[in-house]
Design a binder for this molecule. Sequence first.
Ligand SMILES: Cc1cc2nc3c(=O)[nH]c(=O)nc-3n(C[C@H](O)[C@H](O)[C@H](O)COP(=O)(O)O)c2cc1C
Length: 312
Amino acid sequence: MFTIAGRTFDSPFVLAPLAGYSDLPFRLLCRKYGAGLVVSEMISCHGLKYGQEKTIHMLASSAAEQPVSFQLFGSDPDIMGEAAAILNDFSPAFIDINMGCPVRKVTKKGAGSALMKDIGLAEKILAAVVNNSKVPVTVKTRAGIDNQHITAIAFAKMSENSGAAAITIHGRTWAQGFSGKADWEIVSKVKDVVNIPVIGNGDVASYEQGLSRMSETGCDGIMIGRAALGNPWVFQQGGRPEDLALILTAVKEHLQLMEQHLDTRRLLAYIRNHIGRYFCHFAGSSQIRQSIHGCSSFQVLQDFINSLMNKK
Ligand SMILES: Cc1cc2nc3c(=O)[nH]c(=O)nc-3n(C[C@H](O)[C@H](O)[C@H](O)COP(=O)(O)O)c2cc1C
């Protein structure tokens, strides 16, 4: 049974925070298709403090997606604490702290992966967020800075001692970025040294593979990112269906959720990118993808998907 801070989930599979993808519609869809917990895109503590419009949009949520975790990033303990206090009004089930993002825009300000170089600062940030949050706080980090500097064990111990309710380990180093393979041995090693739940992450491509990773490492939960794009069935046994009608049903559900929650006129390119990802695993899918990218409006895109459904 997968439990964090006394809260039990109906599945140990977690949708990863994915900037540019894990918005409310996609989180709702992944919950419906079996994810036990979903995590928002990373949210800037400065954006929250100064009430930036783009950041406030990212806080859109609904009861149906609970439990949801909102992920914060930043490097100033005071501002991270203030941001956590603001998040209390939006009722996430958890607040997660990003201590692993390797993107330059984030690390050059000392946040994300850069925190792995300064465990003292990471500890202060965690303490500030824990002190200001009404909900349990979790940490997401990587194996380490590079092969010579593996920090996950020290980070896990620090996180547990500073009040984190769980820790996610992405088994790549900062130096690796998204290349090479995730090291799952580090997930086992972390599991051996802490009592808080450990969520393993990195390269899990199916539900079945996730279960194997859990039994190999003893980790409590599995986080899936890239393999969930265009593929919410990754959270279910058996995975993506072969029947195009079933794929189209999920695409329609996703489009309906986007229509309910997004500004579909302004976000057409974003929507086409999400939807195109459903069509990549069967003969004829690249042609469908091309047609999707050529749709000139949300309505045209919906009509196109309906026309595919009617052909079936
Ligand atoms: C497009 C993209 C956006 C991401 N955004 C975030 C983010 O906002 N916060 C974070 O902690 N990790 C982020 N990640 C990392 C993922 O959460 C995850 O750790 C990584 O992709 C490895 O898992 P996977 O192999 O299942 O994709 C992102 C990854 C990708 C590919």
